[in-house]
Design a protein around this ligand. Sequence first.
Ligand SMILES: NC(=O)C1=CN([C@@H]2O[C@H](COP(=O)(O)OP(=O)(O)OC[C@H]3O[C@@H](n4cnc5c(N)ncnc54)[C@H](OP(=O)(O)O)[C@@H]3O)[C@@H](O)[C@H]2O)C=CC1
Ligand SMILES: O=C(CO)COP(=O)(O)O
Length: 332
Amino acid sequence: MRGPEKTPKTTILGGGAWGTALALAALHAGHHVRLWARDGEIAKAITKGKNPRYLPGIAFDTGIEATTDLQTALDQTDCVLSVTPAQSLRMVLNEIRAHMPANIPLVLCAKGIERETGALLSAIVTEILPKAPVAVLSGPSFATDVARGLPTAVVVAAQDDALAMDLAARFSARNLRCYASTDIIGVELGGALKNVFAIAAGAVAGAELGASAQAAMVTRGFVELRRLGVVFGAQPETLMGLSGLGDLLLTCSSTQSRNFAYGVALGRGEVLEGLPLAEGVPTAAIAARLAAQHGVEAPILSAVAAILAGVITVHEAVEALMTRPLKHENLI
Ligand SMILES: NC(=O)C1=CN([C@@H]2O[C@H](COP(=O)(O)OP(=O)(O)OC[C@H]3O[C@@H](n4cnc5c(N)ncnc54)[C@H](OP(=O)(O)O)[C@@H]3O)[C@@H](O)[C@H]2O)C=CC1
Ligand SMILES: O=C(CO)COP(=O)(O)O
């Protein structure tokens, strides 16, 4: 006879919009959920069913145990979701190293490439927590949609198919459908690079260059994403899926995306300081550098990096893109 099912114990690192939304999703999937936030006020608010700084206007179920104490957050956990920004991952992993139980999966939910080193986030986990099986959760999913319980589909990748399937089953609930994948690199690259193309699409919208230009930018951005995927060893078909095409469709068309909104402000020539987190900003520079190092033709990535570095304007970038030598429509 089977014994009673054990309640999954899930720890979320990060009390921002996505950390809170994923904590709620885990709660709705029946987990015992603890969330670590570095800010005590945010931890208190989440425990009371709100996060006014990051999810304003959304009241949610109580039941998430939020704390500023890492030891408490990680005690007896059986799965950890890392949901702080990509550029903080190394710092956060170094902080949790002493408290992390051995052989517990670490699921990366941030989207970016480390600016200083060019490392993919999964490589940073392997370097700092070599005993933690690494997984990646990505796909078209606005935190506010997930927090409101709107239907959303994502993909969870792990090298071990059984782990990927387990995690997909663990986090799936009525309004969150998780597909499994074994292509960690493809899934993380799709999430990291779509942010840069969302900035490009936003800049085109902000500069009022028209819907046709926006569609061209997204389509050619997708070609660049697939080219970089080949270099990194991603499976090309992964990028046709939720983390890749799916997330481009979402974030290259909606001001709900912070990266798209950042691009809009850039295109309008507005002040950028103080805008919410746009992960595509640090990732653009390193992605353009990696593309150049590997001889990958990626004019949109380079243009976004150059605009963000203040080397060229949006209009100059568009003119340079439009007057490149004519060629066949190479799709890879
Ligand atoms: N929002 C969304 O819709 C989605 C976001 N993502 C990805 O999730 C990641 C996080 O995004 P999101 O939650 O939206 O971002 P937010 O800006 O909403 O929140 C970021 C959170 O990370 C915390 N944080 C920042 N730096 C550190 C650090 N060094 N140590 C500990 N905590 C830190 C912040 O704490 P504090 O408040 O103290 O500064 C805050 O709680 C990003 O990579 C994003 O691309 C993925 C899918 C959807
Ligand atoms: O990654 C996201 C949706 O899939 C969120 O996008 P932004 O970070 O641009 O808001």
